[in-house]
Design a protein around this ligand. Sequence first.
Ligand code: GRF
Length: 203
Amino acid sequence: MQRIGILLSGRGSNFIAIAEAIRQRRLPGAEIAVVLSNLPNAAGLEVARSLGLPALAIPSAGRKRAEHDAEMIAALHNHRVDMVCLAGYMRIISPEFVHAFPNRILNIHPSLLPAFPGLDVQAQALEYGAKVAGCTVHFVDEAVDHGAIILQRVVPVLDEDTPESLSARILVEEHIAYTEAIARVLSGEYHLLGRRYVLRNRP
Ligand code: GRF
């Protein structure tokens, strides 16, 4: 079994989509080992508990990043986690954290990277006048919203869109994209050529 650790800070809809994919046997060989949050009141933690999954808050407020991350890494190791999925985890992780799980930390971001890294990116895409938007699942490296891209899904930007309507359209694709990206990484059938994620045994 490949054991997934989920990190979240909010409602956890991406986590729920992953849990649902596992329940429906769309991610064979994978299970959620633990759900961790830096915010004790994150709604996603409650959902995890209601699903019978181990769920822990490791509060980050007022703590040094290195110290907090060391505790997060220890909790992930305690639960024998093989792969870490950041699912709305609103905290930058330290290089030590990245190195603790080499090429085994994934993140989902609601833009077509490298356009619009950071926060409030759907509003940024609208203001910029982008005609397409979407989401990116990528490996996490030491820079924010930067590692090698595993996959992206695209949506149109409509003239009548608000940040909320565009976010909702992207979120539907996020839920498909994250499960697909996890399946691809767990299959092991890929190489990283520099930043390029490419399938193995294909020209
Ligand atoms: C998603 O838009 C994700 O792309 C971003 O944070 C949001 C988390 O949403 N990183 P949810 O908590 O998974 O519903």
